[in-house]
Design a protein around this ligand. Structure first.
Ligand code: UD1
Ligand code: CA
Length: 459
């Protein structure tokens, strides 16, 4: 048996109310699957042995958390939350510490609250300690029926009478149990309720019947224990989490013109004095340095942006690296594998893919650079195209330092342009260009004097 405190996280339910082919716990919130958050909260509050009960879409769920050092428990038929914990009983054999049970669809719960729940549970030496909240609108939640400090019963909405429905203290679906007690009591659960399920919540009444202590810790902020059952609640949770991410960043020295329209995934890092304009999306494994300006409509995915970078309106950047003091956009597209070393300028309607640009090289307008290695101080004129694809294979273009490329040139790859060469405007380069040369490939211009006048007279 592994050391450390044990927690069981329930994630086997179908999530019927989501009306989705994707298992509920995989629906993303601020860039991570919902289940990520309960797992992190449990870990951060000292639970090292995490047993996750999966059933509906089990393979998909396990795949999404491949490298996370978890114990997976299968619940083949979803017969209720009590049945889900029964399925984990074997994996808890020999464990005698307090047992945390937490739901995979409660993503906003903080680790601090789980700490408080542990303290409260051990102070009171209860058999069951339930996390609860006062919900202004308790609809859909189990209600807490108390006798002072002792919790007598949890009644599900569907089984509650009119009086019980008036109760606003609800069950968050998070508990600490005396492990030996709960594993024994589970055996006595019945399906005699409106949903014909084994309710975990019935453990409370079972404890009371045995004369044991049952307690509840009521959280201050009810939004923290919000359960996600449908897509409206999903969106609500996303708004709350997004606000928290943005608030933490602003307290940390990042400016946002309108934080209600800035979309930053969990885990994105940003340096101080960076300014984010409205409608900016920073997603996935993205980092942004200090003193950057990110203008409206910019989408950055899985990319590293260094200090002093200016990303102009409407640019899209994926799996790319942008070095110090670069200027990108407006409306530039950096596709996977683009590297700007530093002090580069990428202007409007420039697309890059799998290409490295050395220091100070630039492409200011209407250019495609793909599968290329470009040195320093290279200037691409308006309308430069690397013809990297012959219909079967991709080929590389190499442009050495200090090359000047005039407007409207094509490089038919594979091709190498030697350092300090000049490519004349309108040239289609099909052969390697030696260093320090001029490459010129266009038909010579003809002038026919008076041609227009003669034409006009005829008609
Ligand atoms: C449950 C509680 C309710 C509480 C609410 C808090 C019960 C009977 N009810 O209701 O008192 O107020 O959570 O959000 O426990 N699951 C399984 N296997 C199953 C059934 C569910 O793993 O057979 C998992 C689900 O994936 C989900 C969690 O358990 O993560 C809760 O299940 P759900 O059906 O959402 O319960 P609620 O109706 O919300
Ligand atoms: Ca739920």
């Amino acid at each position: 048996m592994k050391k450390g405190l044990a927690a069981v996280i329930l994630a086997a339910g179908k999530g019927t109310r989501m009306k989705s082919a994707l298992p509920k716990v995989l629906h993303p919130i601020c860039g991570r699957p919902m289940l990520y958050y309960p797992l992190e909260a449990a870990r951060a509050s000292g639970f090292e042995q995490l047993k996750v009960v999966v059933g509906h879409g089990a393979e998909q769920v396990m795949e999404a958390f491949e490298d996370n050092n978890l114990t997976w428990v299968k619940q083949t038929d979803q017969l209720g939350t009590g049945h889900a914990l029964m399925c984990a009983a074997d994996s808890l054999r020999g464990y005698s510490g307090p047992l945390l049970l937490h739901c995979g669809d409660v993503p906003l719960l903080k680790a601090e609250t789980l700490h408080q729940l542990q303290d409260y549970h051990s102070q009171h030496q209860a058999a069951v300690t339930v996390l609860t909240a006062q919900m202004p609108n308790p609809q859909g939640y189990g209600r807490i029926i108390r006798d002072g400090e002792q919790i007598l019963q949890i009644v599900e909405e569907k089984d509650a009478n009119e009086e019980q429905r008036q109760v606003t203290e609800i069950n968050a679906g998070t508990y600490l149990f005396d492990t030996a007690f709960v594993l024994e009591a589970l055996k006595g659960l019945k399906q005699n309720n409106s949903q014909k399920e084994y309710y975990l919540t019935d453990i409370v009444a079972a404890a009371v019947a045995e004369g044991k202590k049952t307690r509840a810790l009521c959280v201050e902020d009810p939004t923290e224990v919000m359960g996600i059952n449908d897509r409206c609640q999903l969106a609500e949770a996303e708004v709350l989490m997004r606000w928290k991410i943005n608030a933490d960043l602003m307290f940390g020295g990042i400016s946002m013109v309108d934080p209600t329209t800035v979309y930053i995934d969990n885990g994105v890092e940003i340096g101080i004095d960076t300014m984010l304009h409205p409608n900016v999306h920073l997603r996935g494994k993205t980092t942004v340095g200090k003193n950057c300006i990110i203008e409206t409509g910019v989408v950055v995915v899985d990319s590293q942006i260094a200090d002093g970078v200016h990303l102009k309106a409407g640019s899209a950047i994926e799996e790319s690296r942008i070095g110090h003091n670069c200027k990108v956009g407006p409306m530039a597209h950096l596709r996977p594998g683009s590297v700007l070393t530093g002090n580069n300028k990428i202007g409007n309607f420039v697309e890059m893919k799998k290409s490295v640009l050395g220091e100070k090289s630039q492409a200011s307008h209407l250019t495609y650079i793909g599968d290329s290695e470009v040195g320093q101080n290279v200037n691409f004129g308006c309308g430069t195209i690397t013809c990297n694809y012959d219909g079967v294979n991709k080929h590389k273009t190499t442009v050495e330092d200090d090359v000047f490329v005039g407007s409207d040139c094509q490089f038919v790859a594979p091709v190498t342009i030697g350092r300090n060469s000049l490519i004349a405007a309108g040239t289609t380069v099909t052969k390697d260009v030696p260093p320090d040369s001029l490459a010129l490939a266009r038909t010579e211009q003809k002038i026919i004097k008076g041609w227009r006048l003669r034409k006009q007279k005829k008609s």
